[in-house]
Design a protein around this ligand. Structure first.
Ligand SMILES: *Cc1c(COP(=O)(O)O)cnc(C)c1O
Length: 432
């Protein structure tokens, strides 16, 4: 499979090159040149297939012959070694829990897939060439990447995170592993981290010294495996025979965009809903037709504190840059922190379901959309385990959460980070 840059000013590349480069040299995001629908027989028999087979069918055209079937299936088996439960919350509404992996957020799947692909490519080479993975995190990416890449041969990982703006557990997950993982604590917001990472990719001095790649969802190997969740949910809910609506709490819009890719492969999804916090760029765009990025605002759903969603361009590409086509397929709503807490309490009191702030926004947005839609089965994505957001949860809910073993294992470890405030300090670090 060939990938082209969405800025259209860079050469087409292979899957491997797109993964190793992260971003195209013209700063564009890579996008697959062709997208082929899966056969109807696949969807008819999906309930008889296991997760690895489903994932393989979904991703194989995007990898092409660059990883042989046997190896790709091995990678997928390893990546998907935990559950993706669908939990019924109320009539016609289910939660798709994507937080049962090692760092308890949905990003584990993408991070693990990318790490294993890079590991595979490195093994094929006679001359080892180290790759440096540079990643900005608003909270959960850092932990997922640290865990996914820990100990991978020939890969150094540098994580940039905004100081004081990630939760304690998120910070522990990305600052305590050591080995090939380094955490840089940035005096700024997430967008500052993301800007520094983007700048580093285009810096000629760095390019001569390092093979730099990104492990944010701009990287196709992080982004595309997120399609799997939507297939798994479809498999679980198919027998209901209702119109399927997915509500995806969104920040950089990689996850929801992967869902739209699954839809392009033929997965019968009726509609998408995006839920956001005060960082409401996309809902505003859907309302007004004007796309205006902003500086990000801090909220209790911190993984969505993104003021310039990097994957939105891929969503536009998938809808042929047609605003009306996009509006038909996507609705968007935004909620305040107060409304988010209210929803968390409501879900616990009325439905005995414990949601995290992101999932709660997904729930609210879904409810809003379903007010006007009949005969639909709604699914909101529970993108992280509530324990990752303990300080902001109401007291009664805090007390009813038990500590999962994945968190127990890191909570008392010592934090190691290097503080930086500007791009020059990042560059100096990378050059030393
Ligand atoms: C990363 C993240 C999101 C946002 O996902 P995008 O793909 O960036 O839109 C939502 N919720 C949680 C818990 C996350 O970690």
């Amino acid at each position: 499979m060939k990938y082209f840059s969405l800025n259209h000013k860079a050469p087409e590349v292979s899957f491997q090159d797109a993964v190793v480069k992260g971003l195209a040299p013209d700063k564009g995001l890579y996008f697959p040149k062709e997208i082929h629908k899966l056969p109807t027989s696949f969807f008819e028999t999906i309930d008889t297939l296991d997760h690895v087979t489903i994932a393989y069918e979904a991703i194989k055209q995007f990898v092409g012959d660059e990883i042989p079937e046997k190896d790709l299936k091995e990678i997928l088996k390893d990546v998907l070694s935990f559950d993706f439960p669908i939990v019924s919350v109320e009539e016609n509404i289910s939660a798709l829990e994507l937080y049962h992996g090692p760092t308890m957020a949905f990003k584990d799947v993408g991070a693990r897939f990318m790490a294993r692909c890079l590991g595979y490519f490195n093994k094929q080479k006679d001359i080892k060439e180290d790759v440096t993975v540079l990643v900005a995190t608003s909270g959960d990416t850092g932990g997922a990447v640290a865990s996914g890449f820990l100990g991978v041969d020939g890969v150094e990982v540098v994580i940039l995170y905004p100081s004081g703006k990630v939760s304690d557990i998120q910070e522990k997950q990305l600052t305590t592993l050591g080995q090939n993982i380094t955490a840089l604590e940035v005096n700024g917001v997430f967008d500052d981290c993301q800007d520094m990472v983007k700048k580093a990719f285009l810096d000629e001095d760095l390019k001569t010294k390092h093979k730099l790649t990104s492990a944010n969802s701009i990287n196709i190997a992080r982004w595309l495996p997120q399609m799997f969740y939507f297939f798994f949910a479809y498999k679980a809910l198919k027998r209901n025979n209702k119109k399927l609506v997915f509500s995806v709490p969104s920040g950089n819009y990689g996850n929801i965009c992967a869902g739209m890719m699954a839809q392009r492969l033929g997965l019968p999804i009726h509609h998408f809903v995006t839920g956001t916090n005060a960082n409401n760029i996309v809902p505003e765009y859907l309302k007004t037709g004007t796309y205006t990025t902003k500086s990000s605002v801090q909220t209790i759903s911190n993984a969505m504190d993104v003021g310039a969603p990097s994957n939105f361009i891929r969503i536009e590409e998938l809808h042929h840059h047609d605003f009306n086509a996009l509006k038909t397929n996507l609705s968007g709503y935004s909620y305040t922190d107060e409304q988010t807490i209210e929803a968390i309490n409501h879900l616990k009191d009325k439905h005995n379901y414990i949601a995290d702030p992101h999932g709660a926004i997904g729930y609210l947005s879904l409810k809003k959309y379903l007010e006007t839609t009949y005969d639909a089965q709604g699914v909101f994505l529970e993108t992280a385990h509530p324990i990752k957001f303990l300080p902001v949860l109401p007291k009664a809910i805090k007390e009813s959460i038990t500590m999962p073993p994945q968190i127990e294992a890191i909570i008392d470890r010592e934090k190691h980070s290097l503080k930086i405030s500007n791009y020059d300090q990042l560059k100096t670090y990378l050059l030393q």
